[in-house]
Design a protein around this ligand. Structure first.
Ligand code: SAH
Length: 344
């Protein structure tokens, strides 16, 4: 049985991920050069056909930019090899809107495409079939919220909030999330260790935090804002308080140390580069609605799965109506963790 999944909004409508993923695109822009640089310096063998997989690709267009970037870097490296052919595997949950992805494939593409549906926490491709594995802003999704966080008898219980909130959430909650991350990331790395050929590369971008930071840093204040809105709705009686208490986001941003630990424990990969970079975007009053719609395109399905459509619509409408409040709670730009690995 595949784990629960809440894909990004499909289609190409007003709230779709394909039309509302420009903030996610900023993360691609931030690490584009690092991906190129990794390929230029660390790719030693040019396989033909050359197989690239994007894990957690959603519906585009960001996955197409990412693939193009990888292909150009490989081509640049082997300009003499004219007959090189590329095979791209697009991976996401089976519930992802693959039809929209296929309909939007760039017409000028220089690659063959195939879908590889299924959770990336397990195997989705044959053994030793991938030469470069790529993933951007997908590994923050855990397989599940740690059970203890939703259990009122546990020290990790986090009532009245939907994510780790500084000074208000128990440390046991942060520990439970860290443990879940560790377990999930081990599954991801060991599945990729089987799929990637020896000498193949893996380039990952995901939200990260500094060692000294509180886990709440990742949310840049936005999840606290949505949590407050839900609690206001609970006070008005439009949502059950118990439902808010039992709800948390299955998201996590690790530190460099946590990531390294998992990779070292697995033992199949060499760390070529690992660093935190900052996505320095300014959120201003003029683009705050855009930011909220981006978050909506990414998170709506997850909220709908727990609260239903009515509550979810109301929550996002309220967030838009009160968007000036977001500006006052949003703090510091998000960090992105970039990891480049080579299969031993
Ligand atoms: N890489 C794209 C999409 C990011 S959205 C971009 O940069 O724009 C994150 C994607 O990861 C979603 O489409 C979600 O369905 C997918 N995802 C989350 N958990 C996953 C899992 N376990 N297996 C496969 N895909 C997953």
């Amino acid at each position: 049985m595949e784990e629960e999944s809440f894909p990004m909004n499909g289609g190409e409508g007003a709230h779709s991920y394909s039309k509302n993923s420009h903030y996610q695109k900023l993360a691609h822009d931030l690490t584009k050069r690092m991906v190129q640089d990794t390929i230029t310096r660390k790719l030693k063998t040019i396989f033909n056909p050359f197989c690239i997989a994007d894990y957690g690709c959603s519906v585009g267009p960001n996955t197409f930019f990412a693939i193009q970037n990888v292909i150009e870097a490989v081509q640049h490296k082997c300009a003499s090899q004219k007959e090189l052919e590329f095979q791209v595997f697009f991976n996401d949950h089976t519930t992802n809107d693959f039809n929209t992805l296929i309909a939007c494939l760039p017409s000028e593409r220089q690659y063959y495409s195939a879908m590889a549906p299924g959770s990336f926490y397990g195997r989705v491709l044959p053994r030793a079939s991938v030469h470069i594995a790529h993933s951007c802003l997908a590994l923050q999704w855990l397989t599940q919220v740690p059970k203890t966080v939703c259990d009122s008898k546990s020290p990790a219980w986090n009532p009245g909030r939907i994510y780790y909130t500084k000074d208000r959430s128990p440390k046991a909650m942060a520990d439970a999330y860290a443990e879940q991350f560790n377990k999930d990331m081990q599954s991801f790395i060991s599945a990729r260790a089987q799929e990637i050929v020896p000498g193949g590369l893996m380039v990952l971008t995901m939200p990260g935090i500094c060692d000294r930071d509180s886990p709440s840093r990742y949310s840049i204040g936005f999840f606290e804002f949505l949590g407050t809105i839900l609690m206001e709705m609970a006070n008005e009686g439009t949502v059950e308080k118990g439902d808010v208490d039992a709800f948390n986001l299955a998201l996590y941003a690790p530190s460099i140390e946590e990531m390294k630990e998992v990779i070292e424990k697995n033992g199949c990969f060499e760390v070529e580069r690992i660093e935190l970079t900052t996505n320095d975007f300014e959120v201003e009053a003029t683009n705050i609605a855009g930011l909220i719609i981006n978050f909506r395109a990414a998170l709506e399905g997850y909220f709908r799965g727990h609260f239903g459509s009515e509550v979810t619509n109301k929550m996002f409408d309220k967030a838009l109506e009160e968007s000036d409040r977001v500006l006052s709670v949003l703090r510091n730009s998000p960090h992105e963790l970039f990891v480049a690995l080579k299969r031993k």
